[in-house]
Ligand binder design. Structure first.
Ligand code: SAM
Length: 286
């Protein structure tokens, strides 16, 4: 396990993922009933952007750094409000030193009745995450293979939940594993809201991945993708995508506002692009 999220925290991919996660949490809170967030690949939860690792790559400068560097149009500010509220609460003196990982972001948006289950397999990152949530009775942090939790921890006892699956994609076959994991999870918990993250880079098998998802027969799936640059001169990450299963009915319209804005604000060259469309269900042209 070589991947450490501390080198990438707050980058353009985190911005899209965390903005959408915050929308999903907010939407669940439209009802009083408790829900659970299951975060299968949780990371360390809180990132120091002034630390050696984050400074070494500086990826956050082209992500959350750029996002906060200018005014936001009113409609975009509304959509980003829950996400940016957490970022601001972590930096009460202003500026940008601390950045939330997915479990911390969800937890900071919780009401007293909401719950978090977070899995992290890297031993050091698990220890760090566990310490961060020490004594928090609303959160359970487990040193476990997150793929197993899709079987073992579903359905949640609250019967309402968001499942974030955000693997590091450091080994072959992660796109296939995402589809298999999702199919298994949806069989156990069909009413859950699922958010799957995947990388866009040169040669990534996106068409096959989308085809496999469609073939799964899962009835309602929304896709959102943002590329910030061309993949012609790099084999590294050029964009990222999210699959949201059972999305809130408002999410598509929100993505139609958010994605073009993020494309413009986070573009690294003129080949930046974005799209959102229904992979299954709703079937309205995007
Ligand atoms: N979800 C986090 C966020 O948005 O802040 C970032 C997660 S990072 C992309 C992926 C994490 O998964 C890393 O911390 C890595 O150590 C961990 N990991 C890798 N394989 C895992 C597995 N099989 N089960 C659980 N965690 C795993």
């Amino acid at each position: 396990m070589n991947y450490r999220h501390v080198y990438h925290a707050g980058n353009f991919a985190d911005v899209l993922k965390h903005a959408v996660l915050a929308r999903l949490v907010t939407y669940m809170q439209g009802k009083d009933k408790a829900f659970r967030v299951l975060d299968t690949h949780a990371g360390i939860g809180l990132y120091d952007l002034s630390g050696i690792e984050a400074q070494k790559t500086g990826e956050w400068l082209d992500g959350i750094g750029r996002l906060l560097a200018g005014d936001l149009p009113a409609d975009v500010a509304d959509i980003l409000a829950p996400y940016l509220k957490v970022v601001q609460e972590l930096n009460p003196q202003g500026g940008l030193t601390y950045y939330p990982g997915s479990p911390k972001l969800a937890r900071m948006l919780f009401r007293p009745q909401d719950r978090l289950s977070a899995m992290e397999l890297h031993p050091d990152d698990y220890e760090t995450l566990h310490r961060l949530f020490d004594g928090d009775f609303q959160s359970r942090i487990t040193h476990l293979d997150g793929w197993l939790s899709l079987g073992a921890h579903l359905p949640p006892k609250e019967k309402r939940g968001i499942v974030l699956v955000d693997p590091p994609f450091e080994i072959e076959g992660e796109y296939e594993r995402l589809v298999d994991g999702l199919e298994k999870a949806v069989r156990r918990f069909p009413g859950g809201v699922y958010c799957l993250w995947y990388p866009l880079k040169k040669g990534a098998p996106i068409a096959q991945f989308h085809a496999a998802l469609k073939a799964s027969g899962i009835p309602k799936m929304l896709c959102a993708e943002l590329s910030v640059k061309s993949d012609r001169e790099t084999t590294g990450l050029t964009g990222s995508g999210l699959i949201v299963v059972n999305p809130p009915f408002t999410l598509k319209a929100e993505l139609d506002v958010l994605l073009p804005f993020l494309k413009a604000r986070l573009a690294q060259d003129r080949f930046a692009s974005s799209r959102s469309f229904w992979l299954a269900g709703e079937n309205k042209a995007s």
